[in-house]
Unconditional design. Structure first.
Length: 404
């Protein structure tokens, strides 16, 4: 009997144990479910916090000098003016994915009405600007050593041409009031502007009282430390920067500087670059030498010492040095967290370009990454290696596209 009672007791114990297990399982499910819900709520809360941080980005590309010789405008004369658009067919395709595109208008667009002219005192037709806008350019520097080539009339014609275009220009103005106007543009919640200076104007004096016609940061001699006018003008540049720095996310400065046909930055270029970096400039864009110089970083500032020519008919071309230019691109990202925002430059890349022509006709600007470069430039591989090494001279990590 005891055994039997013992068996019944064991059975009861098993039933109780089974009931207890169900209770524990139910409690576990309840506990797990509540914990799971808590994690979902936590994730939702974290997501809300992440959503308060927003990012915006744009892509910027920069090209060099548009140097318009008579051989160029004679080749593109049509019945009712000029049509330069065929020159930039390849370039237009390349630029289509960029929000912002810069180039330097080396020769003044004074228009045909005052007579076109070539070296040494240039004046170019308005249709040059039409073609480059059509290609996708929307930021243009106007302060060059050729700005005063054809006097005040050409400058005012140029300013009148650009003022009704959806293009940011800098460096040349119609009055002191025009120079002091703060020009800020915005795309995808990123505000930007550009300042622009040239080292000089080929010995042509700016009319007295009309210094607004062109921004000159004078450079004379070989030692910037001993150049009084150069050092004094730093205060002008500093005030220009201070006037706009807190009004934009991205501040570019286009510098017309350096020594023509040389690939090494001068002491002036290095001093100017360091001064601009110290004053919180984001991107420094160099033009004037007509050949490529290195691209580098100084702290967080992108410094392009020279982009070379974008389009020209220069006969001074030792080993294609004036027919091979550079396109430099960068991604600009703005991060907004409440009332705070920051800018980051990333994805720096470079593309060599080649100006092809036959007997000063059929001009084409061709990126090296385009397969057609093989047809138009027989030793493109050697030239790619030579000029990409110049681009990377200050930093081996700088990227230069090649034909794949």
């Amino acid at each position: 009997m005891k055994k039997r009672r013992g068996r019944r007791k064991l059975k009861k114990d098993r039933i109780l144990l089974l009931i207890l297990s169900f209770l524990l399982l139910g409690f576990g499910i309840f506990y797990f479910t509540n914990n799971k819900n808590t994690k979902i709520l936590d994730n939702t809360f974290e997501k809300k916090e992440e959503d308060s941080v927003k990012e915006y980005s744009i892509n910027l590309i920069m090209g060099g000098d548009a140097l318009i010789h008579d051989k160029l405008y004679n080749a593109y004369k049509i019945d009712n003016g000029y049509d330069f658009k065929p020159i930039f067919t390849y370039l237009k395709e390349y630029l289509k994915d960029y929000d912002l595109a810069y180039y330097n208008q080396e020769t003044i667009l004074g228009g045909s009405e005052i007579g076109l002219s070539s070296y040494p005192a240039f004046n170019s037709p308005y249709e040059v600007g039409d073609a480059l806008i059509d290609a996708g350019f929307n930021i243009v520097s106007l302060a060059t050593n050729h700005t005063l080539d054809r006097g005040e009339k050409a400058i005012l014609n140029s300013i009148n041409y650009w003022k009704d275009k959806d293009v940011l220009t800098a460096g040349s103005y119609s009055s002191f009031e025009d120079r002091e106007e703060i020009r800020v543009k915005e795309i995808n919640n990123i505000k930007y502007t550009m300042l622009n200076y040239t080292y000089g104007t080929n010995g042509i004096n700016v009319p007295s009282g009309k210094e607004y016609l062109v921004n000159i940061w004078p450079c004379n001699g070989s030692n910037p430390d001993n150049d009084t006018k150069y050092q004094e003008y730093k205060e002008v540049v500093k005030k220009d920067i201070e006037k706009v720095r807190d009004k934009v996310d991205v501040l570019m400065v286009a510098m017309h500087w350096g020594v023509e046909y040389t690939h090494t930055p001068t002491s002036y270029q290095k001093d100017m670059a360091n001064f601009l970096v110290e004053n919180n400039v984001d991107i420094i864009i160099g033009t004037h030498p007509h050949v490529i110089m290195p691209v580098t970083w100084i702290d967080d500032t992108l410094v392009i010492y020279s982009l070379g020519n974008m389009i020209s008919a220069q006969e001074t071309k030792v080993d294609n040095n004036t027919t091979i230019g550079l396109l430099t691109s960068i991604k600009i990202t703005k991060t907004v967290d409440g009332d705070n925002s920051s800018i980051r430059l990333s994805d720096l890349n470079n593309e060599l370009i080649y100006t092809y022509y036959e007997n000063y006709t059929n001009f084409k600007v061709i990126p090296f990454s385009n397969p057609d470069i093989k047809t138009h430039l027989s030793d493109y591989e050697r030239l790619y290696n030579k000029y990409s090494n110049i681009v990377k001279d200050n930093d081996d990590n700088i990227l230069v596209n090649n034909l794949t």
